[in-house]
Design a protein around this ligand. Structure first.
Ligand SMILES: Cc1ncc(COP(=O)(O)O)c(C=O)c1O
Length: 389
């Protein structure tokens, strides 16, 4: 049996406190965006090596030099982003990057356009926490999550400061095309806006090629804060490790503020990130192959359930299911599945108002678990349909 063919559910209830640990033993969680597999052995070895080197004193503020060197090479080659080592800041998690971008770039009364929306909840929360107003740029929720170029510029006002992009996109799994990114870039330049681009899911891409908006031209690199991380594809969310890159002007501000907040990111977490980038490629390839194969089976299964429509994701471990046919809200269906099917899913409205009528499923598990969850969902939704409005 391959390492992605089965999961140890009993162990997950103990180690995955947010995804599994909160529920009864007979509940299946397809919610929180953890993966259900242990991390690559190479990552654990990287941490052990760091311990053996007694790396307990304070380290470099921007992140370990050897780590930033590897990140620079990766950004220059894999992402075509022209960053130097000084234009990288290692941070404790991508979520912290979202916070920093909002905290540093937005003032009271400013507006930030979230494009596309619906989008990961902390985008909304952190814009609001900065005293600014989040303005969602909704996808076409009726047609395979099409990006609506024609509606973006109309959302810009004289208070708009930033466009926040999530690519690959949580929750729809969409990968933005070169044309769409060029369009966003043109608008950002025309209105002199900062761009924040969350590219945490860059390693979980199946169908299209992921492109960084900061790679389009030097000016876009200068005005874009791009966040990359390890939580999802490498399954090390608990280690809190991620990095930002942007041009010198923005980077100076970021470094100045973070050194007074956290000094620097945890050294052991950086060792994990370094091992992920340098030594875990084979593990990652095997994992993405597994994800891709169950993605195809999952989409086929779900589209066979009356009332559900599932658009195949280009990337990410997410399926964003259209459940509008049941005539209930996303919250109601989420609650119903929790009670009746004992399956935990995420309500579409956790991602903003455009997510109404949808639920999100995280399929980064083994097929047997997913199939059992789908059977339960199918049975309980059939009962719901029969019971009438
Ligand atoms: C789009 C997106 N950004 C950021 C995060 C948080 O990532 P991290 O664990 O690196 O803070 C998540 C987690 O689900 C996410 O989906």
């Amino acid at each position: 049996m391959g390492k992605f063919d089965a999961i140890d559910r009993e162990f997950l209830f103990k180690r995955a406190k947010q995804k599994w640990g909160r529920w009864d033993r007979d509940t299946i969680s397809l919610s929180v965006a953890d993966i259900d597999f242990p991390a690559a052995e190479e990552i654990k070895e990287g941490i052990r090596r760091c311990l053996d080197e007694e790396r307990t004193p304070y380290g470099e503020r921007k992140g370990m030099q050897e780590f930033r060197q590897v990140i620079t090479e990766k950004l220059n080659t894999a992402n075509c982003i022209p960053a130097t080592e000084d234009e990288i800041l290692v941070i404790p998690g991508t979520m912290f990057g979202i916070f920093l971008a909002c905290y540093l770039c937005l003032d009271k009364g400013d507006e930030a356009i979230l494009s596309p929306a619906p989008v990961y909840g902390p985008f909304w929360d952190n814009v609001k926490a900065a005293g600014a107003v989040p303005v969602g740029h909704a996808l076409d929720m009726n047609g395979g999550f099409g990006y609506r170029l024609e509606t973006l510029e109309g959302l810009i006002s004289d208070r708009t400061k930033m466009i926040m992009v999530c690519n690959p996109h949580n929750p729809t799994g969409k990968v933005l095309s070169e044309h769409e990114l060029e369009f966003i870039a043109r608008i950002a330049k025309k209105h002199d806006l900062i761009v924040f681009s969350d590219e945490l899911y860059e390693d979980m891409v199946f169908d299209r090629r992921h492109l960084s908006i900061a790679s389009l031209e030097k000016d876009m690199f200068e005005r874009t804060i791009t966040a990359f991380g390890f939580s999802k594809a490498f399954g090390i969310a608990g280690f809190r490790i991620s990095y930002l890159t942007c041009g010198q002007k923005l980077m100076k501000k970021l470094i100045q503020r973070t050194k007074h907040i956290i000094v620097h990111t945890d050294t052991l977490a950086q060792a994990a990130g370094l091992a992920a980038l340098t030594r875990s490629k084979d593990w990652l390839n095997g994992f993405v192959e597994h994800l891709n194969s169950i993605r195809v089976r999952a989409v086929e299964y779900l589209n066979g359930i009356p009332g559900i429509h599932c658009t195949p994701p280009d990337a990410t471990p997410f399926l964003f299911l259209d459940i509008r046919a049941f005539g209930k809200t996303s919250d109601e269906i989420t609650e119903y599945l929790k009670e009746k099917a004992k399956v935990i899913v995420e309500s579409g409205t956790d991602f903003g108002p455009a997510g109404e009528g949808f639920i999100r499923i995280n399929f980064a598990t083994s097929w047997d678990v997913l199939e059992e969850a789908f059977e339960r969902i199918e049975k309980s939704l059939a009962a719901l349909a029969q019971s009438g409005p």
